[in-house]
Design a protein around this ligand. Structure first.
Ligand code: C2E
Ligand code: CA
Ligand code: CA
Length: 545
């Protein structure tokens, strides 16, 4: 009967549920128990089925915790308590003690005789001395360090785009990157420094007597190393660095300053390291303020948000034929946040999804009016990649366009931030749905590291917007490269029936060059900055009368 009890479907499904949860069931009549495979592996048990496991498990329990553990278990077995629940340390296969939270219960027959004892042990990773994956010390250990004594420095290192590495190559590959990096950190950090692993892809090097400068040097070596590790695709790291007592004398302050420095470094460029400074502190303060105010605006029915419109001209006739909707945001307290600044924050927090719906509806509302009033002016609006991850953005857009009776041919979606486009199949599917109905898709900022030939190959685009950087570069002396690039891009687009828009046309000189290359449309300050809807209407009226 014992094996019947133990061979249970529920056990199988629970046993595979998670890496840091361990399961066991025990037939109390025969004292035969079954342990999930990950328990057998991680605690180096003799096998899945174990007789008299209680005594054997006791050898794994930390000597200091044995009394507590025994007392709890005996209470369950004697019937004094129906549930086993306690936290204790147990030795794993590396001979390290890890904290476990153990919860179990006894099921008895009608006569009250105990039949089955089943339990779940959860590894309390944040209380463990060593990280089970990399075997480095954990942040729990770091918290014990007394930063109020001595002069030292700390480096916080993070892997750039680790989520993308995991998503594209799989979880196991991600683990391999973490383990390899952990080894590299130990090697480069040297004997006098300590290495810790925090949550996810973040690591610490603590240099008890070192300086920021020394840690910066170590960082450079690590970053160089990461670019070329055998067996792994190239990746890069970024870091923040603080010193104590200057930047703090307790764990929480130092960690918070480190996180802000790392955040700043990641914003600068991949492979960057930044030392904590007053500037970083102020920046963080502003970010928090902006974020708070943005959330308030969103909850207040998008108060403070407004769409501006920038005309786009036909390159041949130089008449306004389209416009781009560009988001603006102001509150009585915050008047100077640029779209680059607040849109980045909205993207990071995910709130761009909500705001994106608002932008889409506003843009379509204007498109509906202008298509009738001004003889088919087309309207485009910007959509970040993450807005499309939800799946219902496109459906809602189609629904709204129908409700407002907008001609889909006069609406363009501009895909910005395509750097994050991990799932190009999903993008293709969603865009196809729109394209079948006549909506147009544009790739924004073509030529930057984010929007490139790769994406153009994977996703069917109707319009390509050449980034301002290239357009402005046209008049830089001796700059033949930008000219050659734009010419070949425009030529390629013509062959693929993709229309082109040159952004950032600021002077007559640029305009003339761009027109001679054969770009389809022009956009830039030479014609107009983005303006409120009323001003834009006036502009079209002036032109049309
Ligand atoms: P973008 O889509 O590349 O928009 C063009 C930006 O270039 C606009 O900046 C525009 O004002 C500016 N610009 C246009 N012509 C010229 C010129 O001749 N010279 C110069 N120097 N700049 C010119 P803006 O409005 O500050 O928007 C910045 C970015 O914010 C946009 O870049 C876009 O990526 C993003 N964005 C704006 N509105 C939205 C939105 O509703 N949703 C999303 N997801 N992103 C938006
Ligand atoms: Ca755009
Ligand atoms: Ca652009």
């Amino acid at each position: 009967m014992a094996k019947n009890i133990l061979q249970n479907e529920l056990f199988e499904s629970f046993a595979n549920a998670s890496d840091n949860i361990y399961i066991y069931v025990c037939d109390m009549q025969s004292d035969l128990s079954r342990w999930s495979k990950n328990t057998v592996d991680y605690f180096d048990l003799e096998g899945e089925y174990i007789e008299n496991a209680g005594a054997k498990w006791m050898e794994h329990v930390h000597p200091d915790d044995r009394d507590l553990y025994l007392k709890d278990i005996e209470a369950v077995f004697s019937g004094a308590s129906s549930r086993h629940s306690c936290q204790y340390r147990a030795k794993n296969k590396y001979n390290d003690y890890v904290w476990l939270e153990c919860k179990g219960s006894v099921i008895s027959d009608e006569d009250g005789r105990p039949l089955v004892f089943a339990g779940i042990m959860t590894r309390l990773d944040n209380q463990n001395k060593y990280d089970p994956l990399t075997h480095l010390l954990t942040s729990f250990e770091m918290q014990k360090y007394d930063f109020s004594i001595g002069n030292g420095a700390i480096l916080l290192l993070g892997i750039n785009a680790f989520r993308k590495i995991n998503n594209t190559n799989g979880f196991l590959y991600g683990n391999k990157v973490l383990v390899t990096l952990a080894e590299c950190l130990e090697q480069f950090a040297g004997k006098n420094n300590r290495v810790y692993r925090l949550q996810g892809d973040e690591f610490i090097i603590l240099s008890p007597n070192g300086s920021k400068g020394e840690l910066c040097e170590i960082f450079e070596n690590i970053n160089d190393y990461c670019i070329n590790i055998r067996g792994l695709k190239s990746f890069s790291v970024s870091a923040g660095v603080v010193s104590y007592p200057e930047d703090g004398t307790d764990f929480n302050t130092l960690m918070s300053n480190l996180e802000h420095s790392l955040e700043y470094a990641k914003e600068q460029k991949q492979g960057w390291i930044s030392e904590f400074s007053e500037k970083i502190s102020k920046r963080h303060y502003r970010t928090s303020q902006l974020h708070e105010a943005l959330t308030k605006s969103i909850h207040n029915n998008f108060e403070g948000f407004e769409l501006y419109f920038q005309p786009i001209l036909d390159a041949k006739t130089k008449k306004i034929v389209k416009c781009e909707s560009l988001l603006r945001w102001k509150t009585p307290e915050i008047q100077d946040a640029t779209p680059y600044e607040f849109i980045k924050l909205l993207e990071n927090s995910g709130e761009i999804r909500e705001v994106g719906f608002w932008v889409m509806e506003e843009a379509l509302r204007h498109a509906a009016v202008w298509q009738k009033k001004y003889n088919n002016i087309a309207v485009s609006f910007n959509v970040s990649y993450i807005q499309l991850l939800d799946g219902d953005f496109i459906d809602k857009m189609i629904e709204k366009a129908k409700e407002l009776q907008v001609n889909p041919r006069l609406v363009t979606v501009e895909l910005t931030e395509s750097c994050n486009a991990e799932d190009t199949d999903m993008l293709s599917r969603q865009f196809e749905k729109l394209q079948k109905l006549g909506f147009q898709i544009a790739m924004d900022d073509f030529g930057t590291e984010y929007a490139s030939f790769g994406l153009l190959h994977d996703v069917n685009m109707d319009i390509l917007k050449i980034d301002q950087k290239f357009v402005r570069g046209l008049i830089r002396e001796g700059n033949m490269a930008d000219m050659a690039i734009i010419e070949s891009v425009v030529d390629m687009c013509r062959k693929l029936s993709i229309q082109t828009i040159a952004e950032g046309v600021e002077t007559e000189e640029i305009q003339d060059i761009i027109r001679s290359i054969g770009v389809s449309f022009l956009q830039g300050y030479l014609y107009s900055k983005p303006v409120p809807a009323d001003d834009f209407e006036r502009m079209i009226m002036n032109e049309q009368c």
